[in-house]
Design a protein around this ligand. Sequence first.
Ligand code: HEM
Length: 436
Amino acid sequence: MRADLSLQQTPPFSVPARFLVSAPLFSLLAALVMLWYGPEMISHRWTPELLAVTHFLTLGFLAMSMLGSLMQLTPVLMGMVIPRATLFSGIVHTPLFLGSACLGLAWLLQINQLFSIAMALLGFAFLIFIMIISERLWRSENRHVTRSMMLLAVLALVITASLGLYLAMGYAFPAFPLVRQWTDLHLSWGLLGWVAMLIMAVAYQVIPMFQITDDYPAMHQRWLGWAIFACMLTLSLAYALPVETLKTVSSILLAACLMIFALTTLWVLQTRRRQIPDLTMMFWQLAMVSLVLLVLIWAISSLMNFDLPVLLGALFIHGFAMTTITGMMYKILPFIIWLHLSTRNKTLRDEGKRESQVKVPHMRKIIPEIAGVRQYYLHLISLILLLFASLLPQWFFHLAALSFLLAQTVLFFNLAKAAHFYNSKIIELETEHLIP
Ligand code: HEM
């Protein structure tokens, strides 16, 4: 099931980079909101500040980096060409950036019109992205399981965004009822459908390829994505009818799927053949441990009949999703910088201008390993403090917000520095008039 990389299909650097570098700006914003509003903002699930922070993270950080990674990975992994990639990425990035900011600000400033603006911008960004990516994936000749899982994840995004827009109408137009009974379904499709399935789709291909491990078991790859999707459909049915037993059974099966994915990934990572410590591997392991903890805590709290929405949200969004994506950022950005610069050097060699080549450092040096490891520990500390803060907000909330701010600042700095390094090399080449 292992697929080859189609490196010649790689899009221009700016296509994924603009998404990856702007993602931590939203987590920084989320941390600032947390510091400003303090522990009262998690006094219950529906405070406007918590909803704003949730969407700075789920749209601003997660969707932003996932869309950017898809624009880089689908051509390389699936061999498909995105038409006018630079224009396409700009048309999606700008409204996604502004729309995520407007949605968060609409909650913080309580301005109804901002909800309408956010809905228009986000609706437009997702519509364009979904249309192009799903058409390309559908027509791709690649038959790796990653393709069908990506299609399912994109379908889950359609449902999440539609439900989100519908819910947002309740905020934008006072006469429109806020259909809060759909919120759990919206967040389930968002987190379990869109985020988890896309991470799984990518993991099946990039973990064996970049971590040099065994493949995931074939049965696992073939069925787990479909199982999650089927459970999400029955869960939706349970909400629509509504049938409590169906809801419980679907939730238990979904939790079991997540547990199987987490444990299998930890096992696959154990089969790693390269012995040098690897930063992305540390992030993968932390993400999977978070997922195991999430399922265990969810099971215990459901059995004992108490609700822990903030703790579970923090474990999923920060512990599982942001951790996986941060680890991937440390792999993707240096890889594309190295690839683009090496390709330019090859062109120069082919043209007989060997002396004009630029020096391309090893991938592990583009973002120095030590800078990434330091950021990993800051990320880990902020996760632990956030978990404590969700249980004892008065004691830990400000500390958690501060450490989160620090971790995300360092992440932004690491990524921005790598992008700046690439741009300076390109300027070096251009000033010598070597690039036509
Ligand atoms: C078009 C994009 C989106 C819009 C317009 C939107 C809108 C909304 C609205 C209006 C609510 C509040 C519902 C209420 O007050 O009951 C909400 C809740 C929520 N949304 Fe979204 N959303 C979008 C995308 C997403 C995505 C992609 C995710 C996850 C990946 C997500 C995760 C959540 C979560 C976790 C909550 C519940 C927060 C809580 O319980 O405190 N949303 N969304």
